[in-house]
Design a protein around this ligand. Structure first.
Ligand SMILES: C[S@@+](CC[C@H](N)C(=O)[O-])C[C@H]1O[C@@H](n2cnc3c(N)ncnc32)[C@H](O)[C@@H]1O
Length: 268
């Protein structure tokens, strides 16, 4: 399972990614004529929103062909350009005023290379805004559920071969340094605890719209994963979310989220 499997259903359940993106857009304050790149655009919901803000160019890139297919279908009649390419591969030169990256940075295989590409892609005075889950304990609810997978006899032997694909740092300062090393001046860097309340079924859907593309992706295991393993995994996390519900039946879902703005200064 990867983002291509998730593409068709993604927007219905990407509640947490969507609410976090609203704050990111406020921080970025996109201007009327800004040219904007949506990096790791997924199905393009943010790119479409940005289309309504600026008269400039709007470009969305993502390495998942099915995410881009979905984005193109949903953007018919809108002037948005999409391309299947990863953040590590883009090679724009001073083409954008703003780069937006919502809930995608944690997936980058080589964040340093991606940031150098972003620096190149921006005009002087341009800015990049990132929103992404942060810290290894990025969502205590998901970590607790996955601990149950690690211990359950149906899944523990295979789960030993899972290699975490995500890039997380533990503090605002570590993220700040990463961006400064790529040339940016960081004007904002905060990790905040974002809490929302959902039914256990909703929490499972939120898990399946993002984290599952890691935990249940053959690419991140050194052994073949079976259909039974995937079914057992989903059942175990589902039960854990049910157990995490409070008296009113709702789960208090917590995410540690990074918001960072970096500026490319200098130039003519
Ligand atoms: C949780 S989705 C977020 C999509 C969208 N930005 C949103 O806010 O709904 C994460 C996206 O990151 C993309 N992604 C994974 N690795 C990437 C990379 N190396 N470069 C760019 N995007 C990547 C995935 O294909 C997926 O569409």
């Amino acid at each position: 399972m990867d983002f291509s499997d998730i593409a068709a259903e993604y927007e219905k359940h990407a509640i947490v990614q969507k609410s976090a993106s609203e704050k990111l857009l406020k921080l970025l304050n996109i201007g009327d004529n800004d040219d904007v790149l949506d990096l790791g655009c997924g199905t393009g919901s943010l790119a479409r929103k940005i289309r309504g803000i600026t008269k400039g160019k709007v470009v969305g890139v993502d390495p998942s062909p099915l995410m881009i297919k979905e984005a193109i279908e949903k953007s018919i009649g809108l002037e948005i350009t999409y391309e299947v390419i990863s953040a590590e591969e883009v090679s724009y030169k001073e083409r954008f005023d703003v780069i937006v990256c919502n809930s995608a940075f944690q997936w980058f295989r080589d964040p340093r290379k991606a940031l150098r590409n972003c620096y190149e892609a921006l005009r002087y005075g341009g800015r990049i805004g990132i929103q992404a889950p942060a810290r290894n304990n990025y969502c205590p609810n998901f970590i607790r559920a996955v601990e149950a997978v690690r211990e359950d006899e149906r899944t523990r032997d295979t789960f030993l071969y899972f290699k975490n694909p995500w890039f997380f740092l533990e503090s605002e300062d570590e993220y700040k340094k990463l961006f400064e090393d790529a040339g940016f001046r960081v004007t904002f860097s905060v990790i905040e605890k974002v809490v929302s309340r959902h039914t256990p079924e909703e929490v499972l859907k939120i898990f399946m719209s993002g984290a599952a593309a890691g935990y249940l992706n053959q690419k991140y295991y050194n052994v073949k994963i079976s259909g039974e393993y995937i079914d057992a995994f989903v059942n175990i996390v589902k039960e854990s979310f049910e157990k995490q519900a409070e008296n009113d039946g709702m789960v208090k879902l917590e995410f540690n989220r990074l918001y960072l703005i970096g500026v490319k200064e200098g130039g003519k």
